[in-house]
Design a binder for this molecule. Structure first.
Ligand code: ADP
Ligand code: MG
Length: 218
């Protein structure tokens, strides 16, 4: 894909990538471009960026094919380590959760759980599941973004880490009663993942949470 003639509007500069908005007819698009970071050896840096770009685009595509609500990959530009994807119109869950009604937030988490269940049963773990990587549309529908840390895994422990990270991000960044949200999340997850994957993933998530409390510095 050739992005040279696109007009790019920067909206996010992260540790690994810069993100831009643009029009890629007929889509409103987001470009995620991994830029060179000074602290890594140059040729090593080039291959890391290339590998992560290809991996992120591939897993994003696989998650979509599994039926999860994630951005669609429009294309990649290998020369600039850029993924071009559809733009999700909405607000990240981190910024809208506290203003939602209890009912809407429960429905959001049920739906989010169903999305995670689809991704996990496709043999993918997200790796960075926080409320910053969930975009909520105006109708309250969650989309999961940022497959930069995702990888293929069918290990319950890895799925448990995903669930635990999300749980921790709810309890640390939000002033809500967490248990009802987790219950809704679990209900949605069970619907798409099925009983076996549900049981193994949540058992691991609980075990990780217990270990965390045991080792926490008080
Ligand atoms: N397809 C998209 N549509 C709309 N916003 C997006 C999209 N992809 C990412 N974003 C926004 O950009 C932010 C950073 O993108 P992300 O992929 O999470 O980068 P990083 O790996 O640096 O965290 C996200 O938290 C989200 O707010
Ligand atoms: Mg992110």
């Amino acid at each position: 894909m050739d992005t040279a003639r696109l007009t790019l509007e920067t909206f996010y500069r992260g540790a690994e990538a810069d993100l831009f908005r643009s029009n890629v007819d007929p889509w409103k698009a987001v470009l995620k471009r991994r830029v060179r970071k000074g602290y890594r050896h140059e040729s090593l840096d080039d291959s890391i960026r290339r590998e992560r770009t290809l991996s992120e685009a591939t897993l994003l595509h696989e998650a979509k094919a599994a039926g999860a609500r994630v951005p669609s990959v429009i294309g990649i530009e290998v020369e600039t380590n850029t993924i071009v994807m559809t733009q999700i119109d909405g607000v990240v869950a981190r910024d809208c959760l506290d203003a939602m009604s209890p009912n809407d937030s429960m429905e959001l988490f049920r739906s989010l759980g169903a999305q995670i269940g689809l991704i996990h049963t496709a043999g993918i773990v997200h790796g960075d599941l926080t409320t910053s990587n969930v975009i909520v549309t105006a109708s309250g529908t969650p989309f999961i973004v940022d497959f930069g840390m995702a990888r293929r895994s069918n290990n319950p422990e890895d799925r448990g880490v995903d669930l635990h990270l999300l749980q921790r991000s709810i309890s640390t960044s939000h002033r809500r009663d967490v248990p009802p949200l987790l219950k809704a999340l679990a209900r949605g997850y069970r619907e798409t993942a099925g009983e076996k994957v549900f049981q193994s993933s949540w058992a691991k998530a609980r075990e990780i949470a217990r270990r965390g409390r045991y080792f926490a510095i008080r």
